[in-house]
Design a binder for this molecule. Sequence first.
Ligand code: UGA
Length: 445
Amino acid sequence: MVNVGVMGTGYVGLVHGAVLSSYGFRVTCMDVDEHKIERLNQGISPIYEPGLEELLHEGLEKGTLSFTTSAQQVVQSSDVLFIAVGTPAKEDGSADLSYVWEVVQQIGKYINGYKVIVSKSTMPVGTSRSIALYLDGSLRGTSYRVDVASNPEFLRQGKAVSDSLAPSRVVIGTESEEAKELLKTVYATHLEQDVPFLFTNWESSEMIKYASNSFLAVKISFINELALLSEKVGARIQDIATGMGMDDRISPHFLQAGPGYGGSCFPKDTQAIVDVGRKNGEELYVVRAAIAANDKQKAKMVSKIEEVLSFDGTLKGRTIAIWGLAFKPDTDDIRYAPSYEIIQELLSRGASVKVYCPQGMRLAKQQWTELSSRIQYCDSEAECAQKADAIVLMTEWEQFRTSSWEKIVRTMRGNVFFDMRNMFTEDSVVRQWFQYYPVGSSEYG
Ligand code: UGA
């Protein structure tokens, strides 16, 4: 049986480790954060992700899953080592690889036999090659050997477990037959499920990850720009997306207009690929435009709120209820969430802001330190709406669908509803109670 090690217990590492342990592999996950490891060993997940805690409990009970802070232990007990540490964006947009190099050095230090080192984190083109060069150098003069493979992750937050159990594809970048065979054993379940596999070289595999995320970001920015135009010319963006999506070549996915994309991936990865382009003398105009359109989208959403609610050119005296902080539903992640910038802008224009999010408030209170002191956190969407002039729905949590509209509107001071996710364009009940403003259609307000 292949023993698996995972270095880094963020979204990718933790879910990957838990899923592989559910296939019966003995998986050791390592992280430098002692408190996190202590809690993981008790089966407590540091993140909100549907289905994850169940997998953790199962793995811990069966003994197939364990957590440690010891790099030596994870390196020496594993045949295949996944590097799943963060690669956050630096100020200049390039990817910060310092966590990657820390673990690579530890691998070089503790290695005790042949291992396949797999880059699971999103790493700029060229990183796997550099890792291989470094490890070859540090193992020179020893009898130990490694192969390096790039194996990007395509899971979505909020659906991380189901995406990992049934991925759209498995991409493996390596020239080593031995590494390919070992990884085929690790992914035997996916091979049996007929999940498509693509074997390629390091650079293509690394690029596939950035290309996929950037392309999806381009799609979102494209539909968002057309949404703004639709509001001006009397078209409905959802019908446009439906009409476009009927063409298989376009596909209906990722054509939901909204307040702009957020999260820990699209904003970071679009910047990083632009940076890689520049370093190689290629300006990536399309991706740059998607980034600019995303910034514009957030600004336009604020202008729209201001246009409807302001008197005397400011939002002074207005109270705005924000429903949803997380960058998307079914996650507590607030990284690069559009809600952050929109709230900041509303505050700077003089509005009072109340917020409620089913999962995002704990992290918002911790991480938005300055902003948190200027907003009011509420325990429910109904409490959030009380005495507000308007509701701004930022994240499409399912629980918002069943809100008791009549009760809510009676406790409010105004009755304006900005639906940034077009959740209620088909719901006549909401539109009956509110002056309703979706994204990409001007026929309601
Ligand atoms: C994204 C990719 O979808 C995953 O394939 C990838 O593995 C992941 O990044 C990553 O690199 O780790 P994720 O960031 O979890 O996944 O979330 P998405 O569902 O892709 O949504 C990203 C943002 O785009 C959200 O703010 C969402 O609200 C927005 N979005 C998405 C839209 O505004 N419109 C859409 O039609 C789709």
